[in-house]
Ligand binder design. Structure first.
Ligand code: MRU
Length: 352
């Protein structure tokens, strides 16, 4: 049995007014923190997945907006607010699917506009306080989801996960990996199977790295091996994160998630989606209304290879997310509790 090694790694650090993020594109080889000094740095880091995972994107963007606001050197409060609003709109354009990005930026702007700031300096302080609040709330939400999630999982079971909804995808602990870290502390001895998660390999590079580092028993598989491990009887539960959940319970998450959900139903395995309330978008009615990010096809056949692994000029289709229909989701784990179907009614109740 492996022993638990508490994880001290965080996706971001904010110290003495300086924002640094762990460059997740360099993992698992290098653990390097890079500084975010401008809105352009922030946009680039989000777009290129140096910071990724819905909650982490939201929290980092909130600090990033504060950092950008800090560069404003005038003393006109109206101009300052308008500059902050423009920067928020610009940052929101970096990635469309994870609602946490627009959620956190809107919250920063609304908070600023809702206060009677008597100086630009005061307004900057208001922004910092709100970013810190968003950050702290996320840490607490992940902790709570860990406890609720663990109540659904028996010691010693096999768990399949897809992508990375762990400690570096959030402020701390993770969403769907939070109960696994917690279970490890409490000797649950889970046997975790991590889908590699093509094309960007978040499962191989991040989940396998994070769980192995924490001493969890983790086995890496290719995405197309999920049916085999289920058929072998090795999987008792599937746990995944979410980038945006619509009001009817349809949940967008990393491409490949919906296929895993369909398989889980076929094999009679519960499929749990971990969704902090910051990821539930009551303004989006169903999964059909979620904007799915399309990325460069070279991620499929070139990015990880010395030579292109497809004919020159091949047509590609590279959606970064898919939508799992609510009927495949056994339960939604939020920081406010576990939500069961019918989701159109029960999500509304929890969001009130
Ligand atoms: O493209 P990514 O790596 O940002 O996608 C991340 C996911 O799909 C995660 O599962 C999701 O954001 C939940 S993170 C707690």
């Amino acid at each position: 049995m492996k022993t638990y090694k508490s994880l001290d790694i965080t996706p971001l650090k904010f110290e003495n007014g300086k924002l640094t993020i762990l460059d997740q594109t360099l993992l698992p080889i290098d653990e390097v923190y890079i500084e975010i000094k401008t809105k352009e740095d922030m946009w680039d880091a989000i777009y290129h997945l140096k910071v990724r995972g819905a909650p982490a994107i939201g929290v980092v963007a909130a600090y990033g907006l504060y950092v950008e606001a800090g560069r404003y050197d005038g003393d006109e409060i109206e101009d300052f607010i308008s500059a902050v609003e423009k920067a928020a709109v610009y940052l929101e354009g970096a990635r469309p699917t994870a609602v946490n990005l627009s959620w956190a930026l809107n919250r920063m702007v609304s908070c600023l506009k809702g206060q009677e700031c008597n100086s630009v300096q005061h307004a900057k302080e208001v922004l910092l306080l709100e970013a810190v609040k968003i950050h702290e709330e996320d840490v607490n939400a992940c902790k709570a989801m860990g406890e609720y999630g663990l109540s659904l999982l028996k010691p010693g079971i096999g768990i399949l996960t897809h992508c990375n909804a762990g400690t570096i995808a959030t402020s701390k602990y993770g969403t769907c990996l939070a109960p696994i870290h917690l279970g490890q502390e409490r000797d649950y001895n889970f046997k975790v199977f991590a889908d590699e998660t093509r094309p960007l390999l978040q499962g191989a590079r991040l989940t396998a790295w994070e769980l192995d580092k924490a001493g969890v028993d983790v086995t890496l598989i290719c995405d197309n091996m999920a049916a085999t491990v289920m058929k072998n009887g090795w999987i008792d539960a599937v746990v995944v994160g979410c980038d945006r959940m619509a009001a009817n319970g349809d949940g967008a998450n990393k491409i490949g998630t919906s296929g895993v959900a369909v398989l889980a139903k076929e094999f009679g395995i519960p499929f749990y989606m971990y969704v902090p309330t910051s990821t539930i978008d009551m303004n989006t009615s169903t999964g059909d209304d979620i904007n799915i990010e399309l990325r460069d096809g070279k991620e499929i056949y070139q990015m990880w290879y010395e030579k292109p692994m497809a004919p020159e000029g091949i047509k590609t289709f590279n959606p970064a997310f898919d939508v799992t229909d609510h009927r495949y989701i056994t339960a939604v784990i939020t920081e406010k509790g576990i939500v069961y179907p019918p989701y159109d009614i029960n999500l509304r109740k929890i969001m009130e």
